[in-house]
Design a protein around this ligand. Structure first.
Ligand SMILES: NC(=O)c1ccc[n+]([C@@H]2O[C@H](COP(=O)([O-])OP(=O)(O)OC[C@H]3O[C@@H](n4cnc5c(N)ncnc54)[C@H](O)[C@@H]3O)[C@@H](O)[C@H]2O)c1
Ligand SMILES: O=C(O)[C@H](O)COP(=O)(O)O
Length: 548
């Protein structure tokens, strides 16, 4: 699931239904959609301190422009999956911190814009009449505007703000309040405007330096101004229709996110088409399990290819229909989550499409996504995913920060891992250099693993698995079975994975090609002591326990 971890809370809390907090006046039309599946708490008039105190309980927060959703609030919001802004501007939300914490920020980009536009005209009407009515010639400056859309709306785009300022008779601002627009109209800009010009702002305070504007008005260097918030209360969006629109828009998105679906207007997540998302969904689960299997099986400190060798460079290759999708961000996120979840608390942060790239970067993990054109039909499935963990290239020396992160990750693996090996040998050294490969596919919406290391298999990655590498000779299965039986571990299923034919061709020595993997589904985690007792001449070469 890309945007939510689907749980109702990390503190073992009681509510079976996710909780949503609405500390401002939001139209009941949208809120009515929530009450069937969520606990809806409307709490107007909270102080920032009160909000901070109660926010850890909530899964969703719906605000307008008054609530300051700052870093302190977001960092305290341990369960929060979504901040929904019932309106357009998100300048009251610290989107960067939300992104870091994997919290989706959604808004309603068009729910109230008609009302705001009408309000602009209402404010400007008097001055517009004085200037001779509304038959205006429209000119604009917008560095990101689509020129053909502008032409279709009969708007002439000018190359810079300076040209617009000198040419405009009525100047109206419709930008978001962001670093590049803050104070964009101050004394120097006002000084270039016509003395007959009027300035309108129904967007946000902050874009115009209001004291410079007052000076210009008093000095008569511009003729007039109409400002929402100053001339009128902040009511550009306050029509019944606009409030219904934005409320329904964001409440629908809150429901989507809390049920693991994608929002349609996320400010900090990629836009993914619903049909693409449907194709991706079963692979999200597969790739997360592949990542988790990688860490638990391969990246143990006690195993050849493991100790001091938690790999951080991965190739993720998509074959078949997956290869033609526009975005595979949910798969990237699932891999980061899968790799890290077994070895890190992630400080309670949910890894998802919002923050996966940041989390990977912070931990020095590099994932190359590749799309293969190879025809997979002959393999009997429409899509395959291959995860390949590579050794670091000699040239890519980890930074001090990365080394710190890796050391912590490795020691964490050593503490938790139950992977054990029999003895060190030259074959071990070779294993340390080899790519570690996991391949999987989806059938009937369920994930399967078809290759693990050099071995070919067909297992469902779920529950607890004991994975043993052994010489493919008599007595090994009986040996393991009897040790587990004595330890009271029940075996649900068992399968033997032979060396994968292409892997053998890749040059495995004769000795190693006579090995196999014995994979047992067991009913409980196997104690380290029991795992160690499986290793030996009569038993297996190495063993790992993974829980998926
Ligand atoms: N008063 C109200 O009740 C009310 C209602 C709705 C929207 N708003 C506010 O109005 C503003 C615009 O809303 P919108 O829906 O039109 O947003 P929008 O995102 O559709 O349009 C913003 C435009 O600003 C342009 N832009 C960004 N940086 C710029 C820059 N440095 N110089 C010039 N142009 C730049 C963008 O390219 C974009 O076209 C927002 O601040 C929003 O919060 C206020
Ligand atoms: O950005 C917006 O949508 C408007 O400024 C409306 O803000 P409000 O919902 O707080 O009135």
């Amino acid at each position: 699931m890309p945007v939510s971890n689907g749980t109702n809370g990390s503190n073992g809390a009681t509510s079976p239904r996710p909780k949503v907090l609405i500390p401002e006046k939001v139209s009941p039309d949208g809120l009515a959609l929530l009450s069937a599946s969520l606990e809806v708490h409307e709490r107007k008039g909270l102080s920032p301190e009160q909000l901070l105190e109660i926010i850890p309980d909530y899964d969703a927060l719906i605000v307008r422009s008054e609530t300051k959703v700052n870093a302190q609030l977001l960092n305290a919001a341990r369960r929060l999956k979504v901040v929904a802004r019932a309106g357009v501007g998100v300048d009251n939300v610290d989107v960067e911190t939300a992104t870091k914490n994997g919290i989706v920020v959604v808004n309603s980009p068009s729910g109230n814009i008609n009302a705001a536009a009408e309000h602009t005209i209402a404010l400007g009407l008097t001055v517009a009449r004085i200037a001779g009515g509304l038959g205006m010639h429209l000119i604009a400056y917008d560095p990101y505007a689509n020129t053909s859309l502008a032409a279709a709306a009969s708007v002439t785009l000018l190359p810079d703000l300076a040209s617009l300022l000198t040419a405009a008779d009525f100047f109206t601002i419709h930008t978001p309040l962001i670093a590049s627009t803050k104070g964009m109209i101050s004394a120097p800009e006002l000084a270039t405007m016509k003395p007959t010009a009027r300035i309108l702002n129904v967007a946000r305070g902050g874009m115009i330096d209001e004291s410079a504007l007052l000076d210009a008005l008093n000095a008569g260097t511009i003729a007039g101004a109409g400002l929402d918030v100053v001339a009128t209360p902040h009511l550009g969006a306050s029509t019944v229709e606009a409030q219904e629109n934005v409320s329904i828009d964001v409440c629908e998105q809150v429901l989507s996110i809390l049920s693991g679906q994608l929002p349609r207007s996320a400010v900090n997540a990629p836009l993914i088409l619903p049909e693409e998302y449907r194709t991706l969904q079963p692979f999200v689960s597969l790739v997360e399990k592949m990542g988790s299997l990688y860490t638990q099986h391969f990246a143990s400190g006690a195993r050849p290819g493991g100790s001091g060798n938690f790999r951080t460079t991965f190739d993720l290759t998509y074959e078949g229909s997956l290869a033609s999708l526009n975005t595979t961000k949910p798969l990237f996120a699932a891999l980061v989550k899968g790799i890290l979840a077994p070895i890190s608390s992630l400080d309670g942060v949910n890894v998802n499409i919002v923050n996966a790239e940041l989390v990977a970067k912070e931990r020095g993990i590099l994932i190359n996504e590749n799309r293969s054109r190879e025809d997979v039909e002959e393999k009997g499935y429409t899509s395959f995913v291959t995860l390949r963990a590579r050794t670091r290239r000699a040239s890519s020396v980890p930074s001090a920060q990365e080394r710190g992160t890796l050391n912590r990750q490795q020691s964490s693996v050593q503490e938790r891992g139950t992977l054990v090996r029999q003895q060190s040998s030259t074959a071990d050294v070779r294993l340390q250099q080899e790519d570690q490969v996991i391949q999987g596919f989806v059938s009937g919406n369920l994930p399967y693993i078809s290759r693990l290391g050099r071995f070919s298999t067909n297992i469902s990655p779920s529950g607890t698995l004991l994975i043993c590498r052994n010489f493919d000779s008599c007595g090994r299965i009986g040996f393991v079975g009897s040790k587990l039986g004595k330890a009271g571990v029940n075996i649900n299923f068992m399968t033997v994975a032979p060396v994968d034919a292409p892997a053998a061709e890749e040059g495995a020595e004769v000795e190693r090609s006579s090995e196999a993997l014995m994979i047992l589904g067991v009913d409980r985690p196997v104690e380290d002591e029991v795992v160690r007792s499986l290793i030996g001449d009569e038993g297996v070469l190495e063993a790992s326990v993974v829980t998926l």
